[in-house]
Write a protein that binds this ligand. Sequence first.
Ligand code: MN
Length: 236
Amino acid sequence: MTKPLIGITTFNRKNDYGRPMSGVQHTYIRAVVQGGGIPILIPAILDEEDRNDLYALVQGILFTGGGDISIKYFDGEDHPKISEVDDARDVTEISLLKKTAADGKPFLAVCRGVQVMNVALGGTLYTHIPDQFPNALRHDNQEFTEIVHPVNITEDSRMAEIFGETLLRVNSLHHQGLKDVASSLRVVGHAPDGMIEAVELPEHPYAMGVQWHPEWLTDQPAMRRLFKSFVDASKK
Ligand code: MN
C-alpha cells in the first residue's frame, strides 16, 4: 500500500432509535481521499491499549470538529452555551494529540481539533466567544459552505507555504476559541477581530491546526493543498 493510512477522529452520538453510534461527516473522509490518503475511523470508545495499537497503525491523524471540550481539562469558565461535552471523546483525542505531538507523527486539527491541540499542549479556551471576547465578529455561523470572514496568515509560516497565499476566505462555525496559547505553539493566522484561527507546532514534521472547516471548502485550491500537504507529510 503506497497511500498512507490516515486516522480520523469520530463523535459518539445516539441514532434515532437511541442506539449509540460512532460517526464523522463525509467531508472529512472525502478530503483525505482527495489528498491521496486512505481514511480509517478512530472510535472514541477504545481502552488505552487498543487505542495505542490503532495509533501505531496510522501514519497521520485528522482531528475533526465537534462538540465542546470539558472545562476540567483547561480550568475553563463555565457557560450555559457549552454543549455536546463527551468525556470519552475528550480522553481519546487529548491522549492521541499528546502522542502525535511528542512522536512527530503528522496531524491536522480542524475546529474542535485545534482546540484539542491547544488544550492538550497546555492552553485554554474562550468557552463562549460572544460573551468573553470584546468586539468579536460573528464566528458561530451555521452554514458550512458560507464564507464568513478572512484569515490573515503569517508570511514566514509553514502554513503560508502550504496555502500559497496569506489572505484566506473561510467559513466559521465555532462559538469557542483559543485564549491562552500553549507555549509550544506558534500562532500563524488571525481573523480581523484578532481571534486566533491558525496555529502550528514548529520543529514538528507536520502539525497544523485551523479553526475553520477547510474540508467544506475544497473548491478552493488553497484548502485542497492543505489536505494534500498533510497526506504527503504522512507518507514520510
Ligand atoms: Mn472564525
